[in-house]
Design a binder for this molecule. Structure first.
Ligand SMILES: NC(=O)c1ccc[n+]([C@@H]2O[C@H](COP(=O)([O-])OP(=O)(O)OC[C@H]3O[C@@H](n4cnc5c(N)ncnc54)[C@H](O)[C@@H]3O)[C@@H](O)[C@H]2O)c1
Length: 481
């Protein structure tokens, strides 16, 4: 099928590359000419594992093109995906200006030669399926008033669930595909488009093997509004789950329990599930905060106040600040101290800094008079260009970060940090203080390396004295008092 993807960001580029890998003819369109030029040269504009090789494979097969001009691509297309940004406005509402502009341009480029499906892949508030339909119609009416009635199209909502850092695998092997639409012709097109993914009858690309046991992907069809709500509800739930783990960790720290053990203990309950229960400095990224704000705004428009959603935001904001409090407990005075941040990206395997906890922590420390050094294996260039006013020093290596620092804070759990020589870096520091905001290191190993270590929800008291063997405890209890 002929597919157009509008917006070549994290979602659009991966979506385009995957559809092209599956055998569709894809054109990715963006208004940013610089991005398109780089993509035409085969360079992804984001850091995402396996994306570059997938784009190269797609290009070799002649299945993917990049353009700034939307009209010819839409005219030839069967399916047009809208994957533009929907960032928050100051009042929390989703900014729909990019979506609206894309929808009008799609309408203006359509003719009566074929039936086309316009798909909202951007995360958009309920009602945007209807809005897109109206805007496409207006676009058609403005460009060719005479043909207005003859142009046939359907609108679908197909929310995206990929995670940055594993976006290629998530797109090729999703847990489910959700398609919201109100007519059978639209659903038929979407089913045909996704049939290789549903049947999982394609060879896996290098670096992204099919998960063991995966034979089929469920494709769920819903109304437009349900599909739109599914995306918001999924993100709200995941953010709430992480927030819950953080709340429990904060209580564990106070009562002397080990949060990682507690989370492992509850995660084995199949009703709860083990994932997204890692305590840390809180979630970040372009989606959770923006989507919860947008859902709160939608709920308020309908006269509903969602206390749980608001609490998710509040808990997460407090969790970021917990790092500052731990540094104050250890160092008392932060003015003039040098703090090293291990990691900038909001999560490993991406260069995305949108709503990253690192930026909040760095800004707060700078406001309090500390000197801040940072090291990230991938995201430092992005930080330099996106936050030019952030007065941090970019270290050249982990050793450079540790040299003469008064404390180190783990902000991003990059895999390469796991193999750091802790004793080596402790010796380089002015004070060997480690605030492990991602519970990346074994506390015993950090203590043995000479660090004053604190994690999230980890209790040093429970590990200072090893518990006696079970038989010994039982014997002690049976002795007369
Ligand atoms: N990033 C994620 O992990 C993720 C996951 C699931 C869903 N989403 C949702 O997908 C959407 C896109 O997110 P993203 O992270 O890829 O955004 P992004 O900011 O990385 O990319 C958006 C792109 O759209 C382009 N654009 C804007 N208006 C355009 C127009 N009229 N025509 C052509 N191009 C235009 C921009 O230049 C930009 O390159 C958002 O709604 C987001 O909430 C994102």
């Amino acid at each position: 099928m002929r597919v157009v993807v509008i917006g070549t960001g994290y979602v659009g580029t991966v979506t385009g590359a995957c559809f092209s890998y599956l055998g569709h003819q894809v054109t990715c369109v963006d208004t940013d000419a610089g991005k398109i030029l780089r993509l035409q040269r085969g360079e992804p504009v984001i850091y995402e594992p396996h994306l570059e090789s997938l784009l190269a494979l797609a290009a070799q097969r002649g299945g993917i093109q990049f353009a700034t001009d939307l009209a010819p691509a839409v005219a030839a297309a069967d399916v047009i995906f809208i994957a533009v940004g929907t960032p928050s406005l100051p009042n929390g509402e989703a900014n729909l200006s990019y979506l609206e502009s894309a929808a009008r341009s799609i309408g203006a480029a359509m003719d009566a030669s074929r039936f086309r499906v316009v798909v909202n892949k951007s995360t958009v508030p309920v009602g945007c399926g209807n809005l897109v339909e109206t805007l496409v119609r207006e676009g058609i009416g403005e460009a060719h008033p005479a043909e207005r009635r003859g142009v046939r199209f359907g609108v679908a909502s197909n929310p995206e669930f990929l995670r940055e850092g594993s976006a290629v695998s998530d797109s090729l092997y999703p847990d489910r595909i959700v398609v919201g639409a109100s007519d059978d012709s639209t659903l038929d097109v979407m089913r045909r488009l996704y049939s290789p993914l549903v049947a999982q009858n394609f060879d896996s690309p290098p670096g992204a093997p099919r998960p063991a046991g995966m034979t089929r992907v469920p494709l769920i069809t819903t109304t437009l509004t349900s599909a739109e709500m599914i995306k918001y509800a999924a993100n709200a739930f995941l953010a709430m789950k992480i927030g819950f783990a953080n709340e429990m960790a904060n209580i564990c720290e106070r009562v002397g329990a080990e949060a990682t053990e507690v989370m492992a203990g509850i995660g084995l309950d199949s009703r709860i599930g083990a994932r997204f229960l890692s305590p840390g400095v809180g979630w970040g990224g372009s989606c959770f905060g923006k989507d919860i704000h947008a859902l709160l705004h939608t709920a308020a428009e309908y006269g509903y106040e969602s206390r749980l959603l608001q609490a998710s935001l509040d808990v997460n904001a407090a969790q970021r600040h917990m790092v500052i409090q731990k540094l104050q407990e250890k160092l008392f005075i932060l003015k003039g101290r040098t703090i090293g941040l291990l990691g900038l990206a909001f999560k490993p395997d991406t260069d995305d800094l949108r709503d990253a906890p690192s930026v909040y922590i760095a800004e707060r420390l700078l406001q309090m008079g500390a000197r801040v050094k940072c090291y990230d294996p991938i995201a430092m260039d992005a930080c330099r260009s996106q936050y030019p006013e952030l007065r941090v020093r970019y270290a050249t290596s982990v050793d450079d970060l540790a040299s003469d620092a008064d404390a180190l804070v783990v902000v991003t759990e990059w895999d390469q940090f796991r193999s750091i020589d802790l004793a080596g870096i402790a010796r380089l520091m002015a004070k060997p203080i480690l605030v492990d905001g991602r519970n990346l290191f074994d506390p015993d190993a950090a203590l043995a390396a000479g660090f004053d270590y604190s994690g999230v929800g980890r209790c040093p008291r429970s590990r200072t004295a090893a518990p006696p063997p079970r038989e010994e405890k039982l014997a002690a209890r049976s002795q007369p008092v």
